[in-house]
Design a protein around this ligand. Structure first.
Ligand SMILES: Nc1ncnc2c1ncn2[C@@H]1O[C@H](COP(=O)(O)OP(=O)(O)O)[C@@H](O)[C@H]1O
Ligand SMILES: [Mg+2]
Length: 245
């Protein structure tokens, strides 16, 4: 059962992101918000509104040019690149529209990669990859990405994102390359992981039926939070999320 706790897992205070290649451009402008543990946040907004920038900053893949970001209470501005990579490794799983799998590795070895980086020993790696394959309902462990469908590739990517058991899943248009059936299957999988593992999910989408899985919707426009509203997740097949305690 997913329990919403009180602690903010993310906090942005006056966050600004300016890009400076050939002129300066503010992709995020003075963003202030908190995301609490166990929330399922959908980020929506037009193309170019700053959604990916926002997610990259939350995920410590990039640094703000102004303001402060706290991840699980940790002030990130004073951390070194190495310390930020440790936060990413231990706390955050990422998935992307283009799956970003290693093409020369089969499904098993793609999922194993973060466990190698974390120096998990080989017997435990094997057990964990097999358990993750079951969690994402994939039996094609020896297939390479080129031999997998889009939906299957995203299952591998989700398993890889969750390999180190992070408390946070960040997703940038994870269903953007999928047809509607696969899109629904992947969203149902993410919802089940959210319910059963109690992870915090922050997910970018421009599809209303995908955004509807969230407990909260943050609308971005021109680098600002235009609207930030609670949502009662309800999905098409009649399943209803159990009321939060
Ligand atoms: N590395 C970059 N250098 C310069 N401008 C960028 C860079 N990344 C994004 N931008 C610009 O910042 C704005 C927001 O981009 P992004 O966060 O990718 O938006 P979204 O994901 O909502 O489409 C866009 O106008 C984009 O062109
Ligand atoms: Mg984007």
């Amino acid at each position: 059962m997913n329990v919403q706790k009180e602690k903010p897992i993310f906090k942005m205070v006056g966050v600004t992101k300016e890009y400076n290649d050939g002129g300066s451009f503010q992709a995020l402008k003075n963003v202030n918000l908190e995301i609490r543990e166990g929330e399922f946040v959908s980020i929506i907004g037009p193309s170019g509104s700053g959604k990916s920038t926002f997610l990259h900053l939350l995920g410590c893949l990039d640094k703000p040019t102004g303001g402060e970001i706290y991840v699980d209470g940790i002030k990130t501005s004073s951390l070194s690149d190495n310390e930020l990579s440790i936060i990413r490794r231990d706390k955050i799983g990422f998935i992307f529209q283009a799956f970003n799998l290693a093409s020369t590795l089969d499904a098993f070895h793609n999922i194993e990669l973060p466990l190698l980086i974390s120096e998990v020993d080989s017997e435990e790696r094997k057990q964990r990859v097999e358990s993750l394959l079951k969690h994402v309902n994939l039996d094609k462990s020896t297939h390479f990405p080129s031999q997998l469908s889009g939906g299957e590739k995203q299952r591998v990517a989700i398993a890889r994102a969750l390999a180190n058991n992070p408390p946070i899943l960040l997703a940038d248009e994870p269903t953007g390359n999928l047809d509607s059936k696969n899109s629904k299957d992947i969203m149902d999988l993410i919802r089940n992981l959210w319910v059963n593992r109690g992870i915090t999910v922050v997910l970018i989408t421009h599809e209303p039926q995908v955004a509807a899985y969230g407990t909260r919707m943050i609308h971005l426009r021109d680098g600002k939070v235009e609207k930030d509203v609670k949502n009662k997740p309800q999905v098409a097949d009649g399943h209803k999320i159990k009321e939060k305690r």
